[in-house]
Design a protein around this ligand. Sequence first.
Ligand SMILES: O=c1ccn([C@H]2C[C@H](O)[C@@H](COP(=O)(O)OP(=O)(O)OP(=O)(O)O)O2)c(=O)[nH]1
Ligand SMILES: [Mg+2]
Length: 150
Amino acid sequence: MTRSISVAVRRLAHAEGLPLPAYETADAAGMDLRAAVEAPLTLPPGGRALVPTGLMIALPPGFEAQVRPRSGLAAKFGVTVLNSPGTIDADYRGEVKVILVNLGAEPFVIARGERIAQMVVAPVTRAELTETDSLDATARGAGGFGSTGR
Ligand SMILES: O=c1ccn([C@H]2C[C@H](O)[C@@H](COP(=O)(O)OP(=O)(O)OP(=O)(O)O)O2)c(=O)[nH]1
Ligand SMILES: [Mg+2]
């Protein structure tokens, strides 16, 4: 059973006329975010842009939102979220923006209202750090970065 929480959303003038983010299928984890650009925006190969969504949200404390790439844009065009997953903090009240990068070979044109990324709301666990001189031993130990083979 999927949990549901209520999240207040405020629309800025440049998002007028655009659909709100929505889950595209019955059990989708992410709601697609749309580009609130006034005019088409071209990302040259290797280029990046801070793309506005025209939306501000108020997540309840104890939750975050992750801005993740859409796999179709990544697979077909090499367009992805540069800081993936972007983190929207529960106390952030600014505009949600998407840092898109074009890792493909062709220019990528972002149209107004195009679905450019997806936002996943997730619970947050905060850690209380306890400083110590020794950590418990494990089979892995300090092995990492390919220590188990390719
Ligand atoms: O993809 C993103 C990532 C972040 N943000 C907003 C919401 C987030 O709460 C705030 C700060 O993000 P983050 O902590 O990742 O950035 P920072 O560089 O550490 O900035 P700050 O010093 O403001 O925390 O920016 C976005 O709109 N989109
Ligand atoms: Mg920060």
